[in-house]
Each structure stands twice: as C-alpha cells, then as structure tokens.
Design a protein around this ligand. Structure first.
Ligand code: LIP
Length: 265
C-alpha cells in the first residue's frame, strides 16, 4: 500500500472509531428511552426509529468527512464505489426493540473489494471492537485473539437464523452441530456473534445468509484475531448478501463440514 493510501486509511480509521461512538450515544438514548415501537420490514425483520436515526447520523458524517466515498446502509440503501462504508445502524434490532442489551452498531470500510476497517460497538456494555486489515483486532483498545478450543466437548458456537433461508437447511445444520457435541446458541445479532468469535467468547459463528452490513466488520475482526473465515465478498454479495462462517482454527474444519460452508483461509 502506498504511503498516501496508508495515510488516507489512517484518517478513516480515527474517523470510524469516533463516529461509531457518537452513533452509540444515539442508540443508547433510544435503548434507555425504551424505543420499543417498531414496524416489520418483513417476517422477523424489525425496524425502530433509532435504526433510522443512527443511520442518518452516520450517513451525514461520512458525506461531510469523505464526500467521494460511497455509503451502503441497511435501512437507506445507497450506492457502491471503490471506497464504500457498509453500515448496520442497529444489528440485533429484535433484541433492541425488546430491551435486551445485546445489539450493536456495525461499520465496515471496503476499498477495492478488500475490507480495510471494521468497527462493532455495543453501547450498552461500552464494548468497542475494532480491526484494520493487517494490524490486528482489539476490544476497547486491547488486543484480542480467537479461542484455542480444539474439541467440540468444550465448544460453544453460534448458528444464526433468519427467514431468508429455508428452516429445513437451518435444522439440518443445527442437528449436525449438536451431533458434534457443540453447545449451540443463537443470540440474534450476527455482528456481535462474529465479534465474540474474534475475542474468544465463542468458538465459531455461521449463518446460511447474512447481509453485508451485518457481517463485514465481524469477518475482518475474526481474520485479524487469528480465526478462519469463509469468502464472503464474491460477486454481488455486497448487495445480495451470502453465507457466512467464522471459527477458531481448532474447530474450523469440523464446523465447516457440519454447516456445509467452505472456509477461505
Ligand atoms: C440481524 C442479523 C442476524 C440475523 C438476524 C437479523 P438486524 O440483523 O445480524 O445475523 O440472524 O435475524 O437479521 O436485522 O438485527 O440488523
């Protein structure tokens, strides 16, 4: 990477860490104010006023700071470009709308089809995960690493669900994980599920379909924390989404076989 490109990424790195926290203040105010009024975008697909307020805040901040960058948000959509910010303003909205403090803001910066920056912030716990490609991953500024788990007797994995894929496929994958002996959870925030793999609180995360705004930051976190991931940014995934797998190395191959999702690295 050229010195100029690296300097440009330095600016985006500090900007990203700043705006994810300012967005967190909006989200936390909505959470404490019990913004529980929601509408359904589709079956099990929730939208609260805070989702919209956080995304508007982030969209305006990017437009001011980096006017030539593109912005793709879960709620307002957007356009693509060589440099694009991919944002889920509230990941885990189903939890947020019921007052469950397991939700986050997820921001990824993608340049030339590479995930360069990723930030995932849970304002209720004041936990900020951050990664820059090639420079490791942190939680509140401290380096993190994936778990060293190598046996499913001790493995705790998360298998995300949404109505975007047939329940039969989900049930088959869930059964296969149980057969391996794993404790299988589903906590309804894919971004936090991936962040927990990066810091070793969980041994793997998989989901048969995720949107790019749910997973890009988390995939970078896991890779930078020493984990193995599937290839996501294939043709069209930035807009259409796709399958996601991320795992600690000791159980990655068995996890991949159980859910039928290939690993990239
Ligand atoms: C969520 C995803 C998660 C999925 C949930 C939901 P949202 O995103 O992060 O992977 O399992 O059903 O789609 O809608 O809370 O931003």
């Amino acid at each position: 990477m050229s010195a100029e490109a690296s300097a440009s990424l330095d600016l985006r790195e500090s900007f990203c860490q700043r705006i994810v926290r300012s967005a967190g203040e909006i989200a936390l105010a909505g959470f404490k104010g019990r913004d529980t009024v929601f509408r359904l975008k589709g079956p099990q697909d929730f939208l609260t006023e805070t989702d919209g307020a956080v995304e508007s805040h982030l969209r305006a901040a990017v437009a001011r700071a980096f006017p030539t960058d593109a912005f793709l948000g879960e709620e307002g959509g957007g356009d693509l470009g060589n440099n694009v910010w991919v944002v889920d303003p509230i990941d885990g909205t189903a939890n947020f709308a019921r007052g469950i403090p397991h939700y986050c803001i997820s921001i990824a910066f993608v340049s030339g089809q590479e995930i360069e920056l990723g930030a995932i912030y849970n304002p209720s716990l004041d936990e900020l995960y951050f990664a820059r490609r090639g420079r490791g991953a942190t939680l509140n500024g401290k380096p993190i690493a994936v778990a060293t788990t190598s046996s499913f007797d001790a493995a705790c994995v998360e298998f995300g669900w949404s109505p975007r894929e047939p329940n039969s496929a989900y049930i088959a994958g869930f059964a296969a994980l149980l057969e391996l002996g794993a404790n299988v959870r589903r906590a309804a925030s894919g971004a936090l599920g991936l962040a927990f793999v990066a810091d070793g609180r969980s041994d793997a995360y998989a989901e048969l379909h995720m949107n790019s705004w749910d997973c890009l930051a988390g995939l970078l976190l896991v890779r930078e924390a020493g984990g193995r991931v599937g290839r996501f940014l294939r043709d069209g995934a930035l807009v259409q989404g796709g399958p996601v797998i991320a795992a600690a190395p000791g159980i990655a191959n068995a996890m991949s076989g159980a859910v039928g999702l290939p690993l990239e690295n």
